[in-house]
Design a protein around this ligand. Structure first.
Ligand SMILES: O=C(CO)[C@H](O)[C@H](O)COP(=O)(O)O
Length: 271
């Protein structure tokens, strides 16, 4: 279905003042239209990023999540069509699987410790390109790979675009911790920075989410905007913290797929 049709469906549903007066089939259509709009937007951003950031003979960091799936699709398409020589470094088990499933060349930081570009999704991107990442629990490897890349590009749909962190993403900042330390780390974060800290529980498994590194994830719901650089450093200093999902001064560029079918570009501000 075309973007114009999604827009039409959204307008159609918006014309009904409440679910009581809105026929069920239209509601269902508008919900699925919204989901599909978000998927189209992810795809748009991902394709745009791969077309504009990846060149022949490059080592590319492959992020994790649902948006990156579209980026790997496009990367594989370009590698095939343009006979590109691309080496991929994954940021998670999922990314590794994607690379292998698409027949791309898999590598790692032992063989390729310097990357040309890393492409990854985000849970929220603020006006200064500070990110919250780790909604999918892969933040530590994502941050390592991004830190080894000359250029770090973020791809997201319009729902991730915000002025200040916390405006869009309400689940808190993910923090990867050593399992035996999750209680003291939670208490220290809440005491020092306020808010609420929760151990992330698994959905199709009893007990907590276990990361690709065998650790737990805490989700810190902060109460107000903070100096994210300082907060990130302070949290990292707490014994038991492996990494935070705050990516400060890391991304060079973000591409947002917008509802109208355009791509919004945000570059790192020049000081
Ligand atoms: O940080 C991540 C995983 O840990 C993802 O990049 C982030 O959660 C965005 O995911 P999606 O593209 O599914 O919205």
């Amino acid at each position: 279905m075309t973007l114009q049709k999604w827009v039409f469906l959204r307008k159609l549903a918006a014309g009904f003042p409440s679910s009581r007066s809105c026929p069920t089939h239209v509601l269902r259509l508008s919900q699925s239209a919204a989901v599909n709009m978000a998927e189209e937007s992810k795809k748009l951003a991902a394709y745009f990023a791969v077309d504009n950031s990846v060149q022949n003979n490059q080592v590319v960091g492959v992020g994790s999540g649902s948006t990156i799936v579209y980026a790997v699709d496009r990367l594989a398409e370009r590698v095939r069509q343009e006979q590109l020589n691309i080496v991929c470094v994954p940021t998670s088990f999922q990314a590794r699987q994607l690379i292998l499933q698409h027949g791309l060349t898999l590598s790692d930081l032992e063989r390729h410790p310097e990357l040309d570009v890393a492409i990854d999704g985000a849970d929220e991107v603020d006006a200064e390109l500070t990110l919250i990442k780790g909604g999918g629990g892969c933040l530590t490897q994502e941050k390592i790979v991004a830190s080894c890349s000359k250029y770090f590009v973020v791809i997201a749909d319009y729902r991730k675009d915000s002025k200040a962190l916390g405006q869009q993403w309400k689940k808190g900042v993910p923090i990867e911790v050593i399992p035996m330390a999750y209680v003291p780390v939670s208490r220290m974060i809440a005491k020092r920075f306020g808010g609420e800290v929760n151990l992330r529980m698994a959905i199709s498994k009893a007990g907590p989410v276990v990361t690709d590194n065998g650790n737990f994830i805490l989700d810190w719901k902060f109460e107000h905007a903070q100096n994210w650089k300082e907060v990130n450093t302070a949290i990292k200093m707490i014994p038991g913290v492996v990494e935070t999902g705050l990516f400060v001064n890391m991304a060079e560029q973000a591409y947002f797929g917008m509802e109208d079918g355009s791509v919004k570009v945000r570059k790192v501000p020049i000081n």
